[in-house]
Design a protein around this ligand. Structure first.
Ligand code: UP5
Ligand code: MG
Length: 199
C-alpha cells in the first residue's frame, strides 16, 4: 500500500500581488498548508550556522532568484516535516515558487512522481498597485527588499523570469487567474470560487 502523493498548488503573481495574504485566507477555510518560499529563505537567512545566510540576503536585496538547490531543499524539508507530524496534512500551497526555469527544472528533478501539481493560482495585478502596496508595507516591515531600488529589480525579474513560467503552465491548462487589484475580500471571493470547484 502506497500513500497518495501530496497535492500542490503553486501560488504566483508579482511582488505585493497578495500571495501571502490570500494564502492565509485559504488555509483558514480549506485544508491546505501554506509554505512561502520567500519566508523559508528569510528564515534560513537568519538561522544560526546557515552557510547560505549572506548569499540569500544578497539575492533578496537584488531581487534575484536564489539557486534552486537551496530553495527546493527548504521546501522539501518543510513538506516532509509537515507530513511526518500529521499524515492528513498532504495539501500544500507553495507561495512564490517556481519563479524561473532553474526553479522549474529543480522542482521536476526532485519532485516528479513525488508530488502532484494540481494548478497554479495566479494573482494578476498591475505593477503600479503592487509597488504601492509594497512601499506601504515597507513603512513598518523589516523586509530589506521593500524599497524602490529593490522593487524595480524584483519586477524586472518577475517579468523576465516568472511570467514565462506562468505561461508554461497556462499552455498546460493549469493556470487559474484571479484579478488581484481589488480589495482583499473581493479577491478572496474569487479565490473561493476556484477552490470550491477544484477541491
Ligand atoms: N495587500 C494584499 N492584498 C491586498 C489587496 N487586495 N488590497 C490592498 N492591499 C493588499 O501583500 C503585500 C502587501 O499588500 C501587504 O501589506 C498586504 O497587506 C497588502 P502580500 O500578501 O504580502 O503579497 P505577496 O504577493 O505575498 O508579496 P511579497 O512581497 O511577499 O511577494 P514577493 O514575491 O516579492 O516576495 P517573496 O517573499 O515571495 O520573495 C522575496 C524574494 O525571495 C524574491 O524576490 C527572491 O529574491 C527570493 N525568492 C527566491 O529566490 N526564490 C523563491 O523561490 C522565492 C523567493
Ligand atoms: Mg509573500
Amino acid at each position: 500500500l502506497r500513500m497518495a502523493n501530496p497535492r500542490v498548488v503553486f501560488v504566483l503573481g508579482g511582488p505585493g500581488s497578495g500571495k501571502g495574504t490570500q494564502c492565509s485566507n485559504i488555509v483558514q477555510k480549506y485544508s491546505y498548508v501554506h509554505l512561502s518560499a520567500g519566508e523559508l529563505l528569510r528564515a534560513e537567512r537568519k538561522r544560526a550556522g546557515s552557510q547560505y545566510g549572506e548569499l540569500i540576503e544578497n539575492y533578496i536585496q537584488e531581487g534575484k532568484i536564489v539557486p534552486v538547490e537551496i530553495t527546493i531543499s527548504l521546501i522539501r524539508k518543510a513538506m516532509d516535516e509537515t507530513m511526518v507530524s500529521d499524515a492528513s496534512k498532504n495539501k500544500f500551497l507553495i507561495d512564490g515558487f517556481p519563479r524561473n526555469q532553474d526553479n522549474l527544472d529543480g522542482w521536476e528533478k526532485n519532485m516528479e512522481g513525488k508530488a502532484d501539481v494540481a494548478f497554479v493560482l495566479f494573482f494578476e495585478c498591475s505593477d503600479e498597485i503592487c509597488i504601492q502596496r509594497c512601499m506601504e508595507r515597507g513603512l513598518n516591515s523589516n523586509r530589506s527588499d521593500d524599497n524602490l531600488e529593490s522593487l524595480k529589480k524584483r519586477f524586472q525579474t518577475y517579468w523576465e523570469s516568472t511570467r514565462p513560467i506562468i505561461e508554461h503552465y497556462h499552455k498546460l491548462g493549469k493556470v487559474r487567474k484571479v484579478d488581484a487589484s481589488s480589495t482583499i475580500e473581493e479577491v478572496f471571493a474569487d479565490v473561493q470560487k476556484i477552490f470550491s470547484h477544484e477541491d
